[in-house]
Design a protein around this ligand. Structure first.
Ligand SMILES: Cc1cc2nc3c(=O)[nH]c(=O)nc-3n(C[C@H](O)[C@H](O)[C@H](O)COP(=O)(O)OP(=O)(O)OC[C@H]3O[C@@H](n4cnc5c(N)ncnc54)[C@H](O)[C@@H]3O)c2cc1C
Length: 393
C-alpha cells in the first residue's frame, strides 16, 4: 500500500495549483496584504484555469473531482496567500445551500455561474448580536404574495460587496427558535439590499468582510432554499462540509510558514553554523512539521469520507476535528516561524509576519475553536464506548 494519500489524477491537479500558486500568486501576496484590495486578478486566474469548478459536478460545468482534491487546492494556495485560498473556500461555503437543498430551477440558474466563477458567492449567518449563538438571529423574512420581505442586518460577511449571490438566513417564524429559521439566496442587485460597510482587519487583508443591510429587500419566493423552517438545519449541514475549507486554509498557512522557516534556518548562521543545526531551533522545525502532518491526516481523512459517501452524521465530528487541529496548528506554527526568523520574523519584509496575522482568523470563523470542541465532545457523548472499558480494573 502506498503512503501517498492522493491518486495520480489528484496529484496532477495539485501540481497544477501548486505551480499557479508559486508562479502567479506568491509574487502578489505581499501586495494584496499591503493594499487591502480584493484581488480580482486572482479571481480571473482561477476562472481561466477552472479552479472554481473543483467544487462542482460535471453536470454544472465543474470538474467532478471530489472534495479531497478541492481541499488540497485551498491548502496549496494558502501556503503562499491565505486571501487567495479563502476565495476558493468561500465559493464552496456560499454554494453549499444550493448543492444540499436547492430546487432544480435554482440549481440550473446558479450552479453553472458559480462553477465557472462568473459569480462569486457569500454565506450570511452571523449578526452583530449572534455569532456562536446563531439561532438568536433577528433578521426577519415575511411572506408577501410571491416574495419574502427581508429586514435586518448581517455582520462580518466574507465576500461582501464582491459576491453576486448571498446565502442568507432569516427568521420566518421568530417564535419558533431555530426551527423558525429559513434559508434564501439573494442576488446582489436586489432592491432594498446593500453592503453598508467593510471592516478593516488584522489579516486576510485582501478578503472583504462586511455588513449586509436588508431594508425591506423583496426576494422572490422561489429563492427560498428548502422549506420554511429548514434554514438552521441547512446552515449546520453547510458548516459540517465547509469548515474543512477553513482547515485547509489553516494547514496551508502552517505548511507555508514551516517551509519558509526551514529555508531561512538553513542559511542564517549564528555561532559559526546554520541556526537549523542548533538543537533548540531544530526541535522547533521538527514540531512544526509534525503538527502540520498530523493536521493533514485529519483533513484528508475528511475529504476521503465525503468522496466515499460517508453519511452526514459521521461528518460532524470529523469536520470539527480537522478544523480544530489545522487552525490551532496554523496559529502555533506561524508563531514559531516568526521566532525562528528572530527580528526578521517581526518585520513585513518577510512573509511569516503576514502568515501569523492570517492564521488567527482560522481559529475564529466558521465556528470558533471553543465551539468546535463543544461539537466534538457532544459527538463523543453520543458514542457508545463502554465496551472499551469492559474488564478494565
Ligand atoms: C474576518 C471574518 C470573516 C467572517 N466571515 C463570515 C461569513 O462569511 N459568514 C458568516 O456568517 N460569519 C462570518 N464571520 C463571523 C464568525 O463566524 C463569528 O465571528 C464567529 O462565529 C464568532 O462569533 P462572534 O464573533 O459573535 O463571537 P461570540 O459568539 O460572541 O463569542 C465570543 C467568545 O466566546 C466564546 N464562546 C461563545 N459561546 C461559547 C460557548 N457556548 N462555550 C464556550 N465558549 C463560547 C467564543 O468561542 C469566543 O471566544 C466572520 C468573522 C470574521 C472576523
Amino acid at each position: 500500500m502506498s503512503w501517498e494519500p492522493l491518486t495520480e489524477e489528484q496529484r496532477e491537479l495539485r501540481e497544477l495549483v501548486r505551480t499557479l500558486a508559486r508562479e502567479r500568486i506568491a509574487p502578489r501576496a505581499a501586495e494584496i496584504d499591503a493594499t487591502h484590495e480584493f484581488p480580482w486578478d486572482v479571481v480571473e486566474l482561477f476562472r481561466e484555469h477552472g479552479l472554481f469548478g473543483l467544487f462542482f459536478d460535471e453536470q454544472w460545468g465543474g470538474t467532478g473531482t471530489g472534495t479531497l482534491v478541492s481541499l488540497v487546492a485551498i491548502e496549496e494556495l494558502s501556503k503562499v496567500c491565505a486571501t487567495s485560498g479563502l476565495i476558493l473556500a468561500v465559493q464552496e461555503l456560499g454554494s453549499l445551500a444550493l448543492k444540499l437543498a436547492g430546487s432544480p430551477k435554482q440549481l440550473e440558474r446558479y450552479l453553472p455561474r458559480l462553477a465557472s466563477g462568473e459569480w462569486l458567492s457569500a454565506y450570511a449567518l452571523t449578526e452583530a448580536g449572534s455569532g456562536s449563538d446563531s439561532a438568536a438571529m433577528r433578521t426577519r423574512a415575511e411572506r408577501d404574495g410571491d416574495a419574502y420581505i427581508l429586514r435586518g442586518s448581517k455582520r462580518f460577511i466574507t465576500n461582501a460587496g464582491v459576491a453576486s449571490l448571498y446565502t442568507v438566513f432569516a427568521k420566518t417564524d421568530p417564535d419558533a427558535g431555530h426551527e423558525g429559521v429559513s434559508a434564501f439566496v439573494v442576488e446582489a442587485d436586489t432592491p432594498g439590499f446593500e453592503v453598508a460597510r467593510l471592516e478593516p482587519k488584522m489579516g486576510i487583508a485582501g478578503s472583504t468582510t462586511g455588513e449586509l443591510v436588508f431594508d425591506g429587500a423583496r426576494v422572490p419566493a422561489e429563492n427560498l432554499v428548502g422549506e420554511e423552517g429548514d434554514g438552521f438545519k441547512i446552515a449546520m449541514r453547510i458548516l459540517d462540509r465547509s469548515r474543512p475549507g477553513v482547515a485547509a486554509q489553516g494547514l496551508g498557512i502552517a505548511q507555508g510558514a514551516t517551509d519558509y522557516a526551514l529555508e531561512y534556518a538553513r542559511s542564517r548562521e549564528t555561532m559559526g553554523k546554520p541556526i537549523a543545526e542548533h538543537q533548540l531551533v531544530a526541535a522547533k522545525l521538527a514540531d512544526m512539521e509534525t503538527r502540520c502532518e498530523a493536521a493533514r491526516g485529519l483533513l484528508y481523512r475528511f475529504g476521503r469520507m465525503v468522496d466515499e459517501g460517508a453519511p452526514d452524521a459521521e461528518l460532524t465530528k470529523a469536520s470539527a476535528m480537522a478544523k480544530l487541529a489545522c487552525s490551532d496548528a496554523a496559529m502555533w506554527v506561524t508563531t514559531e516561524a516568526v521566532q525562528i526568523l528572530g527580528g526578521y520574523g517581526y518585520i513585513k519584509e518577510y512573509p511569516v509576519e503576514r502568515m501569523m496575522r492570517d492564521a488567527k482568523i482560522t481559529q475564529i470563523y466558521e465556528g470558533t475553536n471553543e465551539i468546535q470542541r463543544l461539537v466534538i465532545a457532544r459527538e463523543m457523548l453520543k458514542e457508545n464506548r463502554a465496551f472499551l472499558l469492559a474488564g478494565v480494573t
